[in-house]
Ligand binder design. Structure first.
Ligand SMILES: [Zn+2]
Length: 1009
C-alpha cells in the first residue's frame, strides 16, 4: 500500500471551515506553495528526500529546505540536515544553533529560562516577524490584560480592541522524554523555516503568530540519551545500556509534575508560558505511530477545565487530522485511549491556566537509526477515528519523524494564524470566566484555616499554589460564612443509591429539602490569619482542581485510566481546605500574600531548654540533621510548659549555642521556644546514617524519594543493589536503608537483574559517554541484588538496622521469607488506580505517627494491603463461617444425638482486620513456626472503614481493602523492617504522609519500639 503526496494543495477552504470568519481580521493567504518558485537549498532538499523512507511520509511543507544567504541552516551545527541518520545533537549544540539563528536573523530571539538540576541551560526561542519581535513588549502588555481581565474591568469592548491588535503566542516544548529523540532537530529546522521561508504559507505564520520553542525540556536526560546513542554507534552489535536515569531525579514521571512543580523543568516551562502570556502549550512526544494528536484523546475529561477549552481540543485535533490527511500523510489521528482527566502532564499547565493544552505522539526509533518497525495490529487497524491507519510494517527514519512533527506543527500554526482572533477571544473568555467562577459555578473560595494542626504541611501546600501563580490571601480578621455541613465520605453513595431504589420518591424529595435546609444553616467562623484562595482570580481553576476531590465512577466507560485517578492536594498534604460557596467570603477583609510562603522560624524566649512543638512535617526532619551533635529528645507524652500545650513527640533540644540553633531553625522555618525545663519523660531523637537503595532496572519511583531527601538537605548515601550484594557488613556504614519501589512487575526481578548473556551494559563516565555515571555508576547494569544481596539485607536488619521497603520491595522481602507473619492480602474484585484513601492509626501513641493527628489521607497505587499472623506458616485470619448443617436455626448450636451435650466453645475473640488473630490450641502444639511475642509483626497504619475509605479517585469493591494493614513493622533480630503497602513519598504530592518515613528514621536509634 503506497500513497503519493497530492500534487495540488489545498488549505484555504478547510482551515477556515471550523470557525466563522471574523470581519475585522486580515485574511491569511493559505494557498500552499511547496517552494518551487523560492530559492531552495538543493543539496539539503535532496538529502531530506533521501532520508525520508517513502514519499508519503513527507509533505509539501517540509520536503524541501528554503535557502538563505545569511541565516545558517541546522546543518551548520549538525553537519547534515535535521533528522539525518546517525545524528543526535547534545543540548549545548541545540542551544548553540538557536543562538546562531538569533545572531543571523532579526526574526529570532533566544531567552535563557533557567538551568536544570545539573546546571544545564534551558532556553526558549521566539520566532516571528521583525515587526512582531520589535513590538513584542507592547504585544505582551496587551496579552497580559487579556490574561487578567480584572485589568480591563472585565470590559469586552476594551478587550476586543486589544484582540484585533494582538499576535498570539504558541509555545512548543520538545523532548521532555529523553528516549523520544526527534524533537530537537525538528524544532531547529522549524525555526529556520519560520525565519527564512518566504512562501505565503510560512509568511502568514510568521506575521500572525509568535512561535515560542523550548527545543529540549529535559536537558539532563537529553545529554545522557545522546551518550547512550553514541555508545551504540561505537558498539553497533551490542545491546544499548538502559537509560535508567533521564532527568536528575525522575524519568517518565517528569511529565507528571505539573501539579507539584517540584522539577525545574515544570516551573520554568510554566513561568515562560505565563510570562509570555501564551495561548497554547504544545508538548512533543514520540511513542505512537505515526502521529497521534492526543489533544482530543478520550474521556473522562478533566472536570475543572472550561468547556471552551474542551471544544478547542476538538477544533485543533480534528483540523490537524484533516489537514495532514489532505497532505497525504498516513496514520494521523486524534481520538485515542488517552483520557484527559489528570492535570499532571506538562501540557496541562496550559489547560489549568486558561490556555490550550496539546500533545503529539509521533513515531520515534529512540535514536537516529533507520529501522524496520512492526506496528501491532491494534495500532495499525482502521477504525472510525483512524480511517487512514499506520502501516503494519514500515521502514522508519528519524527524518520521517521530523517530517511528521514539523508538518503537524506548521498546520497548527497556520490554523492559529488564520483564526488568531478567535483564539484570543476564547483566551479572554476563559480568563474572564475564571474570574467569574464564584457567581457562575462556585465555589467562591477555598479557605485554609489559620489554626491547622499541621502548619508546616499547610505552608507547603500554599507554596505550591504560589508556584502555580495562584494568588493566596490572608484574612485580617476572623470571619463567618455559611458552609455546607461537613460530609463524611460514607454519607454519599450508598445512601443515595438506596434512595434511588426507594419507590416513594415524594418522601425523598422532602428529605432532600431538609438536607438543603441543613446545608443553608451551617456556618463556620475562621480565625484571623486564615488563608483564602479566592476563585475570582485568573488562575482559579488551577487552585480548584488541586484542592478539590476527584470521583472516578467504577462504572465509567473508560476502564483503563491513563494515570492516577485522584490527586486531591488538600487531602494528600493533610491540610484542611474548606470549599466555601458562600460569596460573602470574598468580602472578608484580607490582603494578598506577596512573598513566597514561609513559616517564621528561629528561637524566641529566654529559657535554658529549647522546645520544638511536634508538628509532623518535612521541616522538622530537615532541622534534626541541621542540628548536628546537639542532644535532641522527644517527649513521650503531651505536656504543658511556659503557658503552652505541647503534643506528644515535641522535641527538647540541648547542647547547642542559641545563635546556631536560631540560624538553623530560621532556615528550616521551624519555630523554637526557649523555656524552663519541663518535667516530661523523653526518648532520644538521633540522626541515623541513611542509605537510599536503588536497582539498575529502574530508578523512576525511587527518584521522588531521592529528590525529597535532597530538597531537605538530608545527608545520605546512594547505593545500588549491586553494592549491597558486595557488602556483607552494611550495618557498619548505615543505620537505615530506604528501599523505595522499583516498579518492574515481578519483584523477584530485583534479585535476578537482567539476563547475563550478551555483552556488559556499562553505565559510567567515559570519553564517549561523558554524561553517564554521575549519579551512580556501574561497569554492567545487568547483575541484580542476587541472593547474596538479600542475605546482606537480612543481616543488616538482624544487627539492628531499619529497612524500609515499599510496595514491590516490601513484596520482595515477604517473598524471601524475611517478614514472617506478613503476607500481601489477596483481593478478588478490588480496583484502585492511583487513588487517595483514608488511613488510621491503630496505636495513636506510636512514635511513627507523631504529629499526624488521628487520621491521614494516603496514596495507593493499586490497593495493596497486608495481612499479619502470629505464625510464620499459616495462622491467617479467617472470615466467620456459617454453622454446619444440623438441628435448630442458623443461630442455634448443633448437638449430636445419643450423647450428652458437650460444653460450648467460647466465642472467638474479636480480631480486627489489621490484627493477627490468636493462634488456636492445635496451632500452638509443637509448632516451630509460632512467632515469639517480641518478634510479632504489628500494624502501625491501617486503611479506613469501607464507608470512609475513598477520599479521591477510583475505588471499587473497597470493602476488600477496608481496615486492612497499610504499614507494618516486623522485628527481625535486633532490628526491624518497615513495610509500606502505600507509597508515602510520591510525585511531590504526598507531603502529608512523609513523616511516616521521617519519624521511623528518627526513631531508629532507640531500636524501634
Ligand atoms: Zn513521551
Amino acid at each position: 500500500m503506497r500513497r503519493f503526496a497530492p500534487a495540488v494543495p489545498l488549505l484555504a477552504a478547510c482551515l477556515a471551515a471550523p470557525l466563522a470568519p471574523i470581519a475585522a481580521q486580515t485574511r491569511v493567504p493559505l494557498e500552499l506553495k511547496p517552494g518551487r518558485d523560492l530559492p531552495i537549498d538543493a543539496e539539503a532538499t535532496a538529502k531530506i528526500r533521501k532520508y525520508t523512507t517513502a514519499p508519503e511520509f513527507n509533505s509539501p511543507l517540509t520536503d524541501y529546505l528554503p535557502a538563505s544567504a545569511t541565516v545558517p541552516a541546522p546543518s551548520a551545527v549538525l553537519g547534515d540536515v535535521a533528522g539525518a541518520p546517525g545524528i543526535l545533537p547534545y543540548t549545548a549544540e541545540v542551544n548553540r544553533y538557536f543562538r546562531m539563528l538569533e545572531a543571523a536573523s532579526p526574526r529570532v530571539r533566544v531567552i535563557s529560562i533557567g538551568v536544570s538540576e545539573e546546571g544545564r541551560e534551558r532556553i526558549a526561542v521566539a520566532v516571528s516577524s521583525e515587526a512582531n519581535l520589535q513590538h513584542q513588549k507592547e504585544n505582551d502588555a496587551r496579552l497580559a490584560q487579556l490574561a487578567d481581565p480584572r485589568l480591563l474591568k472585565l470590559d469586552d469592548a476594551r478587550a476586543e480592541s486589544l484582540i484585533t491588535a494582538s499576535v498570539p503566542v504558541y509555545y512548543i516544548t520538545g523532548t521532555i522524554h529523553s528516549p523520544e529523540t526527534g524533537a530537537p532537530t525538528a524544532l531547529m529546522e522549524l525555526a529556520y523555516r519560520l525565519a527564512v521561508d518566504e512562501s505565503p504559507y510560512i509568511r502568514a505564520i510568521r506575521e500572525h503568530v509568535i512561535t515560542l520553542i523550548t527545543p529540549v525540556v529535559e536537558v539532563d536526560g537529553r545529554d545522557r540519551m545522546v551518550d547512550v546513542y553514541r555508545w551504540h554507534l561505537a558498539h553497533p552489535k551490542a545491546n544499548l545500556p538502559r537509560l535508567v536515569y533521564w532527568g536528575h531525579y525522575v524519568a517518565h514521571d517528569n511529565n507528571r509534575d505539573a501539579m507539584g512543580l517540584t522539577l525545574s523543568l515544570s516551573r520554568q516551562v510554566l513561568d515562560t508560558y505565563l510570562g509570555w502570556h501564551a495561548q497554547v502549550l504544545h508538548d512533543l512526544h514520540e511513542s505512537v505511530p505515526f502521529l497521534y494528536d492526543n489533544t482530543v484523546g478520550d474521556g473522562p475529561y478533566n472536570a475543572w477545565v472550561d468547556p471552551i477549552l474542551t471544544n478547542e481540543w476538538q477544533l485543533f485535533g480534528w483540523t490537524n487530522v484533516a489537514e495532514m490527511g489532505k497532505l497525504g500523510m498516513p496514520g494521523v489521528f486524534t481520538h485515542g485511549d488517552f483520557d484527559t482527566w489528570s492535570p499532571g502532564y506538562l501540557m496541562f499547565l496550559a489547560a489549568m491556566h486558561n490556555g490550550v493544552s496539546r500533545l503529539y505522539e509521533t513515531f520515534g526509533n529512540g535514536g537516529a537509526d533507520t529501522e524496520t518497525r512492526e506496528i501491532p495490529p491494534g495500532e495499525a487497524s482502521r477504525t472510525w477515528y483512524r480511517q487512514d491507519p499506520p502501516y503494519r510494517s514500515v521502514s522508519w527514519s528519524q527524518r520521517n519523524n521530523n517530517n511528521y512533527e514539523e508538518t503537524g506543527l506548521l498546520v497548527s500554526l497556520a490554523f492559529v494564524a488564520e483564526n488568531r482572533e478567535q483564539l484570543l477571544r476564547n483566551f479572554w473568555a476563559k480568563s474572564k470566566r475564571s474570574i467569574a467562577k464564584p457567581e457562575r459555578e462556585g465555589p467562591a473560595a477555598w479557605v485554609l484555616p489559620a489554626d491547622d494542626k499541621r502548619p508546616g504541611a499547610q505552608a507547603e501546600l500554599l507554596r505550591v499554589l504560589q508556584l502555580q501563580h495562584v494568588e493566596v490571601s490572608r484574612a485580617d480578621r476572623a470571619f463567618t460564612v455559611s458552609v455546607p455541613p461537613e460530609k463524611k465520605a460514607g454519607d454519599t453513595d450508598d445512601k443515595d443509591k438506596d434512595k434511588d431504589k426507594d419507590k416513594d420518591k415524594d418522601k425523598n424529595k422532602d428529605k432532600d429539602k431538609d438536607k438543603d435546609k441543613d446545608k443553608a444553616l451551617a456556618t463556620r467562623t475562621f480565625p484571623a490569619g486564615s488563608y483564602v484562595v479566592r476563585m475570582d482570580q485568573p488562575y482559579s481553576r488551577a487552585a480548584d482542581a488541586l484542592l478539590d476531590r476527584q470521583y472516578w465512577s467504577p462504572d465509567d466507560p473508560q476502564k483503563h485510566p491513563y494515570d492516577d485517578t485522584g490527586w486531591s492536594f488538600s487531602a494528600l498534604f493533610d491540610a484542611e481546605a474548606v470549599r466555601v460557596p458562600d460569596r460573602k467570603v470574598l468580602a472578608a477583609p484580607m490582603g494578598t500574600v506577596e512573598a513566597p510562603f514561609r513559616l517564621r522560624g528561629g528561637v524566641t524566649g529566654g529559657g535554658p531548654v529549647y522546645v520544638v512543638a511536634q508538628r509532623g512535617d518535612d521541616a522538622m526532619f530537615m532541622l534534626r540533621y541541621a542540628l548536628g551533635d546537639a542532644t535532641v529528645e522527644a517527649a513521650t507524652e503531651p505536656f504543658r510548659a511556659g503557658g503552652r500545650d505541647y503534643p506528644r513527640g515535641t522535641w527538647l533540644v540541648r547542647g547547642i549555642a542559641k545563635d546556631v540553633l536560631d540560624r538553623a531553625s530560621a532556615e528550616a522555618n521551624v519555630a523554637v521556644d526557649a523555656i524552663a525545663a519541663p518535667k516530661v519523660a523523653t526518648r532520644p531523637v538521633a540522626k541515623p546514617r541513611i542509605a537510599l537503595l536503588h536497582s539498575w532496572l529502574n530508578t523512576q519511583t525511587e527518584g521522588w524519594w531521592r529528590q525529597r531527601l535532597d530538597l531537605l538537605k538530608i545527608p545520605y548515601r546512594y547505593i545500588s543493589t549491586q553494592g549491597v550484594a558486595a557488602d556483607p557488613n552494611l550495618a557498619a556504614r548505615f543505620d537505615v536503608i530506604l528501599f523505595p519501589p522499583v516498579g518492574v512487575g515481578d519483584p523477584l526481578r530485583i534479585v535476578s537483574g537482567l539476563p547475563m548473556w550478551g555483552e556488559p551494559l556499562p553505565w559510567k563516565t567515559s570519553p564517549e559517554t561523558p554524561n553517564l555515571g554521575k549519579i551512580d555508576a556501574t561497569d554492567d547494569q545487568r547483575p541484580g541484588l542476587g541472593f547474596a544481596g538479600l542475605d546482606h539485607l537480612r543481616r543488616f536488619v538482624e544487627q539492628g538496622g531499619l529497612l524500609v521497603a515499599v510496595e514491590d520491595t516490601a513484596q520482595l522481602l515477604i517473598a524471601s521469607g524475611m517478614a514472617p507473619g506478613v503476607r500481601v492480602a489477596n483481593t478478588k474484585s478490588l480496583r484502585v488506580v492511583g487513588s487517595v484513601l483514608d488511613a488510621r492509626f491503630p496505636d495513636p501513641k506510636s512514635p511513627i505517627v507523631e504529629g499526624l493527628g488521628d487520621r491521614l489521607s494516603v496514596y495507593s497505587a493499586e490497593g495493596m494491603s497486608f495481612e499479619i499472623s502470629r505464625s510464620a506458616a499459616g495462622g491467617w485470619a479467617e472470615e466467620e463461617s456459617d454453622r454446619p448443617t444440623g438441628r435448630g436455626s442458623a443461630q442455634d448450636t448443633d448437638a449430636p444425638t445419643g450423647r450428652p451435650a458437650q460444653p460450648q466453645q467460647p466465642p472467638r475473640a474479636k480480631v480486627e482486620r489489621w490484627e493477627a488473630r490468636p493462634l488456636e490450641v492445635e496451632e500452638l502444639r509443637h509448632n516451630p513456626a509460632v512467632i515469639p511475642e517480641a518478634l510479632r509483626p504489628r500494624t502501625l497504619v491501617r486503611f479506613g472503614d469501607a464507608d470512609e475509605l475513598l477520599v479521591s479517585g477510583l475505588l471499587e469493591h473497597g470493602a476488600e481493602l477496608a481496615r486492612r494493614a497499610a504499614v507494618v513493622e516486623v522485628p527481625v533480630g535486633k532490628g526491624r523492617l518497615l513495610l509500606f503497602a502505600i507509597n508515602p513519598i510520591w510525585r511531590g504530592s504526598t507531603v502529608g504522609s512523609h513523616p511516616l518515613v521521617w519519624n521511623a528514621i528518627l526513631g531508629q536509634a532507640t531500636g524501634g519500639r
